[in-house]
Every structure is written in structure tokens, then in C-alpha cells.
Design a protein around this ligand. Structure first.
Ligand SMILES: [Zn+2]
Length: 489
């Protein structure tokens, strides 16, 4: 049974908090995302009158193409639909370049920084996870150098890009890959495709020695279309197998309507693995361990009744913001570590084996530190006062332009030591040793905030529309067909 949690309803408040705590306690979270998480990133709605789709229509008034057709491999069989596709992708790439990652992308990066992310799997081609700081499977940096079985560095890859990346191009003939440049985009917008430099070079060399001429391939966006095999399919398969064997303890699905066949399969496999890792007795304190959470505007279909445990009804951004808020309240120690690192970057810290945070209220902090062993923090009148807000952390989350740069490796070393904090009952727990590895949370400093929030649904973009039955049949017969064949026609 899926429990539906509504933000507005007070009856679900407790469960939402429990879910937040579950996130904070989990250690191997698998995140699966779709178009919904990029809604707030300021990409214009291409279906509205002045959006991308309208621009494409303006250029190709007689062409009728639905969202799905724009992303079906069969489009390469027709020169007009190929031109429309290139124009559309060129304009989409320009929009994505002008936008920034949103709160949900930053949340996934935060999970990684706090050593809670096993892997992120996304259907999105916008590459925002990479821009938020997670190494994407489609990126050039993910490619393994030298000889080896795997084509990509599976261990380092944090974001598996199930449908490729709009910021890369690939040759239809020799499969050479390049970053998508502004020049490429200019050609795409005109409805054309640039020549492959690698093929061109080879052709030139052959012509020089009077060898038989070869065909020069063109560069296409390195995104995966419907009915098209993923060029990194084997690598992605091994990543998934490895992740399943590591027994993930939570599955969070965000911003996808779960309609694509391949994604359904992936989610079901992870859900089974997560449920298998759940404690046998749900009455125990860790009753929220091993849960499958689905955050989306629309509810899951009945198909998911035994698979999804909680449906958080709504957009993903408010949910992740709430999780972070609850997490800060319930496990402040997790956040004060980050505060320490920020202070380190500021140079406002003594590093004599023990770290001391010198906060804005220096003297108060010192006085409080002296008698913080037994008593809650008191002000001059002896009244209990709430713990001060975590000033640096808030700065990290909301005003990135003021945040200091990430700490240098040399300065991160003291994270193995203790550090004294201003006293408050809840904060005393922070006197425990700082966990190894959390220095990566310094990457949170790179967080930025979107310039604007727009109501936008990328449904057609991220290949969310339900697969047509005939298309599914077609895909079976075409598995393994080289991508370049149709494209070259
Ligand atoms: Zn080529």
C-alpha cells in the first residue's frame, strides 16, 4: 500500500518528519529522477506561445511533430524531421545553458557530500547534476583512460545519465565524442549538423595517399532517443548491478511519472533491493529504513501499489527543502561539521588538534563553551535561550556568492579532531569525533540559487510520454542496430 502524504495536511506532518529523519539516517540512497526536478531551473516552457516549440513551429510551419516524435530514432529517416530535431535541440541547449541547477539538484549533491548517496539515475539530458557537482556518466571526465574493460570510471560516476547529455555531440559514423560547442549549436539551430573533425581528418589523409574515399560522419547531440540503444548501455548495466549488490537502504524517486519501460524496470529492481534491506520488525526504532519514496505532482498508478511506500504529493523542491530543514533540526551535528569547514576556509579557526568555531558572537560562544558540559545555554538573565542559528550554514545554502571557496586539501585535515561548540542541549552531541570523509561537504559551498522560478514541465523533453505499444514492438526488432545507419541516410 502506498501512503499518500500531502504537504497541506497536518495529519501527515509527523510522517513527513519521519521520512526526513530516514533520509538523514540512511547511508546508501539511490535517487531516480525525471523532468520534474528541473521545473524550477528557469528553462522556458517550449510549449507556450513564446517557447521553444513555437520557435520550431515558426521555422517549420508545415511540420507536425509531437514531443515524442521529436525524440524518436526514426526521425533520422526523414530529412525534415532531422532538421526540426537539430533546431529544437540547438534551442533547447541554449535555454539549458542560460539556466542553473535547482534546489533538487543541489539536494542530490548534498546527499553525496554527506556520504549518503549511492547513486543518482536521471532521465534528464540537461546535465544539471554535473553542474551541481556530481560526475555524470556522459561527461568526458567519466571516460576511463588507458585500456580496461569498462569504458567509463564507474566508481567515480555519481550521476548516471540514462538518456545521455545535451552538452555532448557524437559522430554518426565513427562515434567520436566532443563537448557541444557554441559553434555546433549555431549549426544545429539552422537545422543542420556539423561534420565530424575526426572523420574529416581521416578522409583527408586517405585522399592524400589516393586511397578510396570514406564517408565523413556528422555530429549529432549525444542524447539517447526512443528505440535507440544507449552507447554506454553495458557500463550502465554494470553500475546498476554493482549498486544492487551494495544493498541500498532507501530509494527516492523524484519528478517522473514512471512511464518509460526501462525506467520502470530499474525502479522495480531497486525497490526490491531496498525492501530486502529493511529490518524484519517494523516496530523497531528504524521503522523508516528500507523505504521507497516517490515525490511527484501526480500519484503513481496502481501498478506501483506494492512497490512505492510513500507518495509525497507535490513538487520536489519544497520537499527537499523540508527534508533539509528537518534534518538540521533533528541531527544538528551533521550540519555543524560543515560549519567547521566553512570556518576553516575563513581562517577563523584554531587548529591545535581541537577545532574551535569562532562565530559572530565570539565572547558569548566562549563563555558558553566553558559551562556547556552540564547546563543548557543561558543568557545574562539566566534564561534558557534557543541555540543560535547556524549562521555560516545558512549562508552556504542561500547566499552562495558570499560563501568562501572550498577548503584546500591541506586545511581539511583537522576534520578528524574534536571541536568545541557553543553549548545547547542539542548541540552537545557534536562533541563526538567528526566522521572521516565529511570534508566533501565543503562542496556545498558551490551551491547556487536559481535566478527565477518558473512553472515548467519538461514532460516531452525527458522522454516521459508513455511508449506507444507499436513502438515497443519495433524497438525489440531493432535492438543493436547502429545509430549511424539511419542518421547517415
Ligand atoms: Zn566521425
Amino acid at each position: 500500500m502506498t501512503v499518500t502524504l500531502d504537504f497541506g495536511s497536518p495529519s501527515t506532518k509527523r510522517t513527513l518528519s519521519d521520512l526526513s529523519l530516514a533520509v538523514a539516517k540512511s547511508k546508501k540512497i539511490v535517487v531516480v529522477t525525471g523532468a520534474g526536478i528541473s521545473c524550477s531551473s528557469g528553462i522556458p516552457d517550449f510549449r507556450s506561445s513564446d517557447g521553444l516549440y513555437a520557435l520550431v513551429k515558426e521555422r517549420y510551419p508545415d511540420v507536425v511533430l509531437k514531443g515524442r516524435d521529436l525524440f524518436d530514432a526514426s526521425l533520422f529517416r526523414d530529412p525534415t524531421s532531422t532538421a526540426v530535431f537539430y533546431t529544437f535541440i540547438g534551442q533547447l541547449k541554449q535555454s539549458i545553458d542560460a539556466a542553473v541547477p535547482g534546489p533538487t539538484h543541489r539536494f542530490i549533491q548534498l546527499l553525496d557530500a554527506k556520504k549518503k548517496l549511492l547513486r543518482s539515475y536521471t532521465q534528464n539530458i540537461d546535465g544539471f547534476e554535473a553542474r551541481a557537482g556530481l560526475l555524470g556518466s556522459a561527461s568526458g571526465e567519466a571516460k576511463a583512460s588507458g585500456k580496461g574493460k569498462a569504458k567509463i570510471r564507474t566508481k567515480e560516476v555519481k550521476s548516471v545519465q540514462l538518456h545521455g547529455d545535451i552538452h555532448r555531440v557524437r559522430c554518426t559514423s565513427c562515434s567520436a565524442e566532443y563537448p557541444c560547442t557554441e559553434e555546433h549549436v549555431r549549426v544545429f539551430v539552422e537545422g543542420m549538423a556539423p561534420d565530424c573533425p575526426e572523420c574529416a581528418q581521416r578522409a583527408e589523409a586517405r585522399a592524400a595517399r589516393s586511397a578510396r574515399a570514406i564517408k565523413v560522419g556528422t555530429l549529432r547531440p549525444a542524447i539517447v532517443l526512443y528505440d535507440e540503444p544507449h552507447p554506454l548501455g553495458d557500463d550502465i548495466g554494470s553500475i546498476q548491478t554493482a549498486d544492487l549488490s551494495r544493498k541500498p537502504d532507501m530509494l527516492i524517486i523524484m519528478g517522473t511519472s514512471l512511464k518509460v519501460h526501462g525506467l520502470k524496470k530499474l525502479v522495480k529492481e531497486f525497490a526490491r533491493s531496498v525492501h530486502a534491506a529493511a529490518p524484519p520488525s517494523p516496530a523497531k526504532a528504524k521503522s523508516f529504513a528500507g523505504k521507497v519514496v516517490f515525490v511527484n505532482r501526480t500519484p503513481p498508478s496502481s501498478e506501483w501499489a506494492g512497490i512505492i511506500d510513500y507518495h509525497v504529493c507535490g513538487d520536489t523542491d519544497p520537499w527537499v527543502e523540508r527534508v533539509i530543514e528537518d534534518w538540521k533540526k533533528m541531527r544538528p551535528a551533521d550540519w555543524e561539521i560543515q560549519q567547521t569547514l566553512v570556518a576553516t576556509a575563513d581562517g577563523d579557526v584554531s587548529m591545535n588538534g581541537n577545532l574551535k568555531v569562532v562565530a559572530a558572537n565570539k565572547t558569548k560562544g566562549k563563555n558558553a563553551a566553558k559551562d556547556n558540559k552540564k547546563k543548557p545555554r543561558q543568557d545574562e538573565d539566566g534564561e534558557n535561550v534557543p541555540p543560535p542559528p547556524p549562521p555560516v550554514l545558512d549562508a552556504v545554502m542561500s547566499t552562495p556568492e558570499k560563501a568562501p571557496p572550498p577548503t584546500s586539501p591541506g586545511k581539511r585535515r583537522p576534520t578528524n579532531s574534536h571541536y568545541s561548540v557553543e553549548s545547547s542541549p542539542s548541540k552537545r552531541r557534536t562533541l563526538s569525533p567528526i566522521k572521516k570523509g565529511l570534508e566533501d561537504s565543503a562542496r556545498g559551498l558551490l551551491f547556487s540559487k536559481p535566478d527565477e522560478e518558473m512553472d515548467f514541465d519538461l514532460n516531452d523533453l525527458s522522454m516521459h510520454s508513455p511508449p506507444k505499444p507499436k513502438a515497443v514492438r519495433r524497438s525489440r526488432s531493432r535492438v543493436g542496430r547502429p545509430v549511424g545507419v539511419a542518421a547517415a541516410a
